[in-house]
Structure formats: C-alpha cells, structure tokens
Design a protein around this ligand. Structure first.
Ligand code: GLU
Length: 524
C-alpha cells in the first residue's frame, strides 16, 4: 500500500471527479433477488472480429446454466479495445443470439451493457483504489516501457512493470502534479502487493482448486489513451456490480486468474465462480491429427457460416450441447428429453481439454433434427432462410408455397420411414431443385429404354392410385421382358435426372401429370 491521493488530485488524475462512491454503487446495483441456486451468467464478447464457434460454445454454457437454474443470462459488449474494434460485429452477435434462441435479460437496473458506456462506474472504483493507496497514476511512456523490457530481458528478469521496475509506484503528490502540469495523461495501475514466492489458490468449477504464484505486476487498470478500463479491471467491476455468479470464458484467461482473485481481494469482494472452457478442436483432413480450429482454414470457425448455409440452429445447439454433456445423445435417442433445453447440464462434466467439433457429426444431428420436424415447420425454415440468405434461384423455389410443401411432404408420413437426406436449408433446396422446371435439366447421359418410357407414357394416368400405377409398371416390364425395377429406374431418371430419388410414386404425384408427360417426352 502507498499513500492515498486526495480527492482533488484524484479528480485531476482521472480527468474529472468520480461520479459515485463505492457505497452508492453498491446501492445502485444491489444483490439480485433470485431464488437460491440461481446462476447469473453473461456472454461477454469483444467486437474485435467475427463470432467464433468457441464463443457460441461458451455462450451456450452461460445460457444453459442460467436457464436451467431459473437465473439470469446477460449479453455484455466488451468494447474497450477501441483500436481493434470491427464495425458490425455487435449486430452479428445479436443476430446469432436471436437465431440460436438465446434470450438475454439485460435488465436496465444493472446496465449499461456496453463497457464503453460504463466509464463513470470504472472511474469511481478506480478513485476508491487511488484514495486507499491501492492503485496509482503511472506516467511511463511506451518508449520507456520498451526500454524497461529490454533491460529486463537482457538481465534475465521477468518482463513487466513490477517492484523496482515500477518507476512511478511511489511518486509523491508533487511529482504527480508536476507530470500533470506537463500535460501528461497517466494510466492507472494496480499497486500490487503480491509476491511470486507465495501461492494463491483459485477455484475453477471444472478444474477444481488451482494454485498459482501470486501476481506482483502493477497491471494497468485504466488506460491512458482513452480512459477506458483493461479487461481485467472491467471484468472485476462489471461482474461484481452485475452480480454475476459464474464467469464462463475461454481457457486463454486461466493464466489471469490469480490477478483476478487478487483484484477481488483488494476490493474485499467475493469472486464469481469461474469455468474456463477448452478450445474447440477438429481433426485436420490432411494430417488426420487433432488441432485447434483455425480462422484461416476452417469456415466453420465462424458462427455466421452456419446461418449462411442454413444449418438448423437447433441441431448446432444439440451438437455443441452433446460435446458439453455427452449423455445428451443417449437421453435424446431414448426419448427421455425432447431437446437440449430439457436436459440438465452439469458444469463438472464440461470437457477440460481438446473438445472435438466434427462437421460429419453435426450432419448427423442436423439430419436427425430435420427428420423430426413437422412439414409446416420445415417449410417455414426453408422459406425464412431463402428470404435472408438464399440466392435468386432459392427465392424463386419458395415462391409457390403449396408446391414447396408438397415436395417437402414426400416420405414424411410414416414416422418409421422419414427421409433423412436433408442437412441444411441450402442443401435442401439444392436437393429438391429438379422438381422445379427452371432448374431441371434432363439427364442425357443415361441410357434409357425408350420403349419402356413410351409404353408407360401411353398408359399413364395421374389419378391412378399407387397399386394401379405399379401394376402399369409391372405390365410394361412384362411386355418388354424387363424387370419392374428397370422400368422404374428409367422413370426415376426421366423425372428428376438421378438414379436415387425418394419414393417414385410420390415424386410423380407431386410433379403432376403435365410435368410427368413433359419430362418423358423430352427423352423419347
Ligand atoms: N471479452 C472477453 C473475450 O471475448 C470475455 C471474457 C469473459 O467472458 O470474461 O474473451
């Protein structure tokens, strides 16, 4: 601890008098009145790039913990890194929240939820620390810090601003005033009392108790260039005053945990419980080895990819949920739960390392999910997707809802034999493209039995029921010395240009008499 600064000096150092005392902040953001055991969580992305699938994974844990405990889930935008901010990312995040079904409860009482709008609050807490001698203004310039780093490196010391390297930690009031009079704007640094020879015990809900050397660095709390807080300080202040109970964040934050514990102790506040999630890995298609997902190589790294391709968002959630709690697949297949929201996730089961994200597995979840949808829901999903992300052809495909509905109804009436070839909305429209005349091209490669097609066409009547229709195929086959399957295959290819189609009778019914005749006529 050092001497505290006077109120006047604090106002000069911070560029204005603090708006609140600590007591006022405590009263402004009182503990939440929630039932025992309710989790208060937040998804706190920094809008510095696209939204990573790992962010969605973390947000799912946050959301699920709050949802299943009757707690609160917040969305907090950590926009304090003004230099790295990318415009439009907040919209991407909000769009993803809406599409993946994460409803956040940003009660105004605990806001604002953009860190850039909480400067008053951070400055008020910084003022308290300055007054108590637990923080100090530091006037070191970038070049001076570079110098220090060089000296430390060549002498084999740990780098950073700590102990005797922290030039300004014991400046007198007069010295501070001299710097200020000189027009210099300080950063505010923690006055660290930690000693790396001692260990600090921290808790991670997944990893248990972990000990680290105490932190002795005088880390920056408020930056000099824009007066905004660093992540460390913002997290301390926000998670305390938003009354967060559980902080779910990427494992890259684990090394900062001793500092965060130190900050909470310095304030005399109880730290939240931490859950550090492992990165999502994938199996590299070239090497066959497990590796971290890469922004550059893997399009599925970007959450927007799933929306653009029209993956059923529920299936992405189910798959991520199953990575989090591997018992989910079993519970779902047994019918014990309908969806992931009904399944209880236990924080202790969250994987500690190398969780694997495999697109092939996701395909399975998507097919299974689509197979359980009602036709109207399926139609709506496809239409909604086409409206936002589809190309011109996709948009045209969904113009005639009745026709689209009849196509998507094929092989969906028998619950035991639901077709499972739809994976994404984009792929669904591609799969059914040949039903649309403007997208259909007859297959000219196939070696048709023209006589079979002619014979069938002569007797074709679209009002035939399935039995009579089949009898006509059998009759045609017998007459020409073929197998019924061969005749059907000729028709299949003539109808949709492929050898593999859903139930042929239904296909022909949906196409309707005119199209059936036209398509056979194009071949014969
Ligand atoms: N803004 C931080 C990040 O995106 C959030 C970490 C946290 O959730 O506390 O990594």
């Amino acid at each position: 601890m050092r001497n505290g600064l006077s109120k006047d000096l604090i106002a000069r150092v911070l560029g204005g008098a603090p708006k609140y005392t600590l007591e006022e902040l405590e009263a402004k953001f009182p503990p939440r009145q929630l039932k025992e055991g309710a989790f208060v969580t937040r998804f706190a992305p920094s809008p510095t790039g696209f939204m990573h699938i790992g962010n969605l994974y973390g947000a799912l844990i946050d959301y699920k913990l709050a949802q299943q405990s009757g707690g609160v889930f917040m969305l907090r935008i950590e926009d304090t890194d003004t230099k790295r901010e990318v415009s439009g990312v907040v919209e991407v995040v909000k769009n993803a929240m809406a599409n993946f079904g994460f409803k956040y409860n940003n009660d105004e009482k605990y806001g604002p939820y953009y860190q850039s709008k909480r400067k008053d609050i951070y400055h008020s807490v910084a003022a308290y620390l300055l007054e108590k001698g637990l923080a100090y203004p530091c006037f070191l310039k970038a070049e001076e810090m570079d110098e220090i780093r060089k000296k430390q490196t060549s002498a084999g010391f740990a780098t950073g601003i700590y102990g005797e390297w922290a030039r300004d930690r014991n400046l007198t009031d007069d010295e501070i005033i001299a710097h200020l009079d000189n027009g210099e704007v300080p950063s505010i640094r923690l006055y660290s009392n930690g000693n790396p020879e001692n260990r600090i015990y921290c808790k991670d809900s997944v990893r248990g108790s972990i000990s680290f050397p105490e932190n002795n660095e005088d880390l920056v709390l408020i930056k000099s260039n824009d007066g905004l807080p660093t992540y460390h300080f913002a997290h301390l202040v926000d998670d305390h005053f938003m009354r967060t109970t559980h902080v779910v964040r990427g494992e890259e934050w684990l090394p900062s945990l001793p500092l965060h514990y130190q900050l909470f102790r310095t304030m005399g506040w109880t730290p939240p419980l931490y859950i550090h999630t492992s990165t999502l890995d994938k199996i590299d298609s070239e090497t066959g080895k497990q590796r971290k997902m890469s922004k550059r190589k893997d399009p599925e790294c970007n959450v927007d990819f799933f929306l653009q391709e029209g993956w059923p968002t529920e299936s992405v959630i189910e798959y991520l949920g199953n990575i989090l709690a591997s018992g989910y697949e079993d519970a779902k297949m047994k019918g014990a739960v309908k969806n992931y929201w009904e399944y209880e996730m236990k924080p202790k089961k969250i994987p500690m390392s190398g969780a694997l994200f495999d697109m092939k597995k996701l395909e399975w979840w998507a097919k299974e999910y689509i197979a359980t949808m009602s036709v109207p829901d399926l139609v709506k999903s496809v239409v909604d997707w086409a409206g936002v992300y589809g190309n011109d052809d996709n948009k045209k495909q969904v113009e005639n809802i009745d026709y689209l509905t009849s196509i998507l109804s094929i092989e969906r009436d028998n619950p035991k034999r639901i077709r499972k070839d739809f994976i994404t909305w984009q792929q669904t429209l591609k799969e059914i493209a040949p039903f649309f005349d403007f997208l259909f091209t007859p297959n000219r490669e196939y070696e048709y039995n023209i006589d079979a097609l002619r014979e069938f066409l002569a007797g074709f009547n679209e009002s035939d029921d399935k039995d009579s229709w089949w009898q006509k195929i059998v009759y045609t086959a017998e007459k020409l010395g073929l197998k019924p399957g061969e005749v059907a295959m000729n028709l299949r290819v003539a109808m949709l240009g492929r050898t593999n189609t859903p139930d042929l009778y239904s296909v022909m019914q949906v196409l309707g008499g005119k199209r059936v005749r036209d398509r056979i006529s194009m071949i014969i």
